[in-house]
Write a protein that binds this ligand. Sequence first.
Ligand SMILES: Cc1cc2nc3c(=O)[nH]c(=O)nc-3n(C[C@H](O)[C@H](O)[C@H](O)COP(=O)(O)OP(=O)(O)OC[C@H]3O[C@@H](n4cnc5c(N)ncnc54)[C@H](O)[C@@H]3O)c2cc1C
Length: 433
Amino acid sequence: MEKESNNHNHKVAIVGGGLSGLTCAYDLINSGAEVDIYEASISLGGIAKGYKKEGWNWSADIFYHHLFEGDKSFKKLVQEVGLKDKLKFYSQNTSVFYEGRVLPFSSPRQILSFPNFSSLGKIKFGFGTGLLRFSPWLGKMDELKAAEIFPKLSGQEGFNLIWKPLLYSKFGEYWDDISLSWLWARIKSRSFKLGYMDGGFQVLVDRLKEKIEKSGGNIYLSSKVKRINKDNESWTLVGSRFSREYDQVIFATPFDNSLMLVNKYLADEERRKYAKIKTLSCLNIVMRLKKPFLEDGTYWLNILNTSFPFVAVVEHTNFVDKKHYNGESIVYAGGYYDPKSEIMKMDKRKVFKEFSPWLRKINLDFERELIDYDLFKAESAQPVMLTSYKKLKPDFKITDNLYWTSQHHVYPWDRGMNFAVENGRRVGKMIVK
Ligand SMILES: Cc1cc2nc3c(=O)[nH]c(=O)nc-3n(C[C@H](O)[C@H](O)[C@H](O)COP(=O)(O)OP(=O)(O)OC[C@H]3O[C@@H](n4cnc5c(N)ncnc54)[C@H](O)[C@@H]3O)c2cc1C
């Protein structure tokens, strides 16, 4: 094992090479700090990383990704690193799968023509959703349950038809204890046009890597941090093949991973609080097809049937042009699951076998056009935003010279790349101070 001690004053270690770790490293290096990044996997980007198949000019993301027009922190970073021209916003179609049919659900007119939905129900649904979107005070109601308040605002019919299956698909058994603030933020941040980067979001990851390394930052891949110890004034990070000392350490790893590593430096009260925080895992199959799967041009298909083993089907190439992917249609089918659930243990063939009868309900003949498929999993993917999460949300600072940021540090907004960037910058600023 390599043991290094250094004499530098402000040497910072960042654990985790996802978007928040990379952004934090980029800012700290620009402010003159010496920065090392430790990344457990063989490549950078975390949940937002991309991958490429032969013949593709652009990367596809391992999990479906897009931006909203209001994602200011992300837009600012992209501009700063010289990639502004690569970020483009496109109109897209959202639909729902309801009683065996793909029904468009993007515009008020489409919602008004939705079948089995009474006129009064539609009016209430439109009113309640609008109220939630435009009312600032509903966003502060963190201790109220979305499942109790939303039916009162938007009518039980619309809630049962639309929001209940969506809450259930996203949060499973926790669906009826999700805070109203989270649902408010989720509706508030939506924009009609969605953003994508030419080349995929991996382009930003690559640019940050290039900038960090050019400025003298070290990036250690396949370097999982297994322990952290405090020795006098410095912190020692320990992995299988390294043990190095730092003045400051930032964990930009998923919350559950960081919690295990920093546990001994937390106060008892914090430990009790964080034990209440819940997280779901996710997986998705990414299919490559010779023809579109959602033939009506739908980009995002929400499944309004909780028997399905996946929440949504996302046809990436109904959003950006398939010419960048050698003319192939790229389609995601995925969902959120208990980390201990059987599906999280399955390999790609088993997951596909599980999904395919349900995929056939949407497109009977899709297997004829299938070229290949991949499976991607993330263990700590979706924080469960239970009521009163505000009281549980961790601070960025753990103790002197030890910090953390994760998707669980984002609230009431739904986790996202914009907030990974924003929080990475926020922690960087705290260190510079
Ligand atoms: C299915 C899905 C769809 C999404 N869609 C969107 C979307 O459309 N738009 C959007 O804006 N956001 C979306 N997101 C959210 C977005 O991807 C994340 O919020 C963001 O990428 C999180 O970045 P991060 O750096 O905080 O964490 P991560 O990306 O999780 O990065 C953490 C890194 O830490 C590394 N690591 C873990 N443990 C260790 C260790 N012990 N030592 C060293 N390294 C370690 C991991 O390998 C990883 O690279 C989606 C997320 C999911 C799951």
